[in-house]
Design a protein around this ligand. Structure first.
Ligand SMILES: [Zn+2]
Length: 170
């Protein structure tokens, strides 16, 4: 038996991690919020969180070798296979897994593999101290450090207060 797997989009990867990941929920204080419905509705919450935590580690890794090792471990475990199927009367390539429970891990691993290959150094974790959300850096310069403008502004205000406090001490 095979289950077809659709690789996630980068936006879906980010949403999965920030909605279900342990550290985004704890650091961002989202623990009280209801869990969202993911694009894989039949996935158990525990599985979504486990996959989200593994993806978070890839975003947090700064070395390409570490990212490659983590994604390879995900691919090894989910073991997606390429096959051919028919869509709109045409033969197309598709991915499948043997165990339906591995489909989310496979979908995430395939997405990370593709994105890291095409866009190295573009994944990150928010630099704000009160946030552990991840982001995909699509800025032209590639210097993004925060998940959102909210976090960027909060960090800026905190840095300003810190400077003023230090200046007042001296
Ligand atoms: Zn943030």
């Amino acid at each position: 038996m095979t289950t077809l797997v659709r690789p996630l989009t980068p936006e879906e990867v980010v949403a999965l991690v920030n909605d279900w990941g342990t550290s985004p929920r704890q650091v961002g204080d989202r623990s009280g919020r209801p869990q969202p419905t993911s694009s894989y509705p039949r996935t158990a919450p525990a599985v979504a969180t486990a996959v989200a935590d593994r993806i978070h580690a890839v975003f947090a890794a700064t070395e390409p070798a570490e990212q490659a090792r983590l994604v390879t471990a995900m691919l090894d475990e989910a073991a997606p296979r390429v096959l051919m199927t028919v869509a709109d009367g045409r033969a197309v390539a598709a991915w499948s897994v043997s165990a339906p429970g591995d489909s989310l891990l496979a979908a995430a691993a395939l997405a990370l593999c593709e994105h890291l290959t095409a866009h190295p150094h573009r994944l990150g974790v928010c630099a704000d101290r009160q946030c552990a959300d991840v982001y995909v850096d699509a800025s032209p310069a590639g210097r993004r450090r925060f998940c959102s403008l909210t976090c960027q502004n909060r960090a800026r205000v905190a840095a300003f207060r810190e400077r003023r406090r230090t200046a007042g001490d001296s």
